[in-house]
Design a protein around this ligand. Structure first.
Ligand SMILES: [Zn+2]
Length: 169
């Protein structure tokens, strides 16, 4: 369900606005700093985020520039409670539109840049575990397998099982 490429959004209707509001609530409940529509089962190119400056919604986001490198302990609300040190570009320039059709053009650094890259990965069907190195990935798979054995009914649940909020998205 998280593996396909989400489709572009061509018009904003009431249902999409409501979805965005629900996603913001889900993100805060988790709690996390970002949430992409495919994480709630909607394969459309939209994500919400809040790194401390209030919630925002981005439609059809794309990164047009990236610079530098930054190591950060990155987690994902779709894989609660785990995080991995991952190097990605430190700064990115994000383009997109908001729910009112206004152009978005943001030069993001560090945590915000990381959030944007992580959410766009979700829109492209890429989970953070796919960006890990071999050792990290083996350990992640071991933990996830064990967790599935311990509590099969919790597999795939998004909300309510996050132990630490920082960097989860
Ligand atoms: Zn995620």
């Amino acid at each position: 369900m998280l593996r396909q490429r989400a489709v572009e959004i061509t018009d904003v209707d009431e249902a999409l606005v409501r979805l965005a509001q629900d996603m913001v609530e889900t993100m805060y409940e988790a709690p996390g700093i970002g949430l992409a529509a495919p994480q709630v089962g909607v394969e459309r190119r939209m994500f919400v985020y809040d790194v401390g400056d209030g919630p925002a919604v981005v439609l059809n986001p794309r990164i047009v520039e990236s610079h530098g490198e930054w190591a950060y302990d990155e987690g994902c609300l779709s894989i609660p409670g785990l995080s991995w040190e991952l190097v990605r570009p430190k700064q990115v320039r994000l383009l997109g539109v908001d729910l009112d059709g206004n152009e978005i053009d943001i030069d993001a650094d560090e945590l915000l840049a990381r959030c944007f890259q992580h959410e766009i990965d979700h829109l492209d069907g890429v989970l953070v575990v796919e960006r890990l190195d071999e050792v990290q990935r083996k350990e992640a798979m071991r933990v996830l397998r064990q967790r599935a054995l311990d509590a099969p009914q919790t597999r795939g649940h998004l909300v309510g099982r996050v132990v630490s909020s920082r960097g989860q998205s």
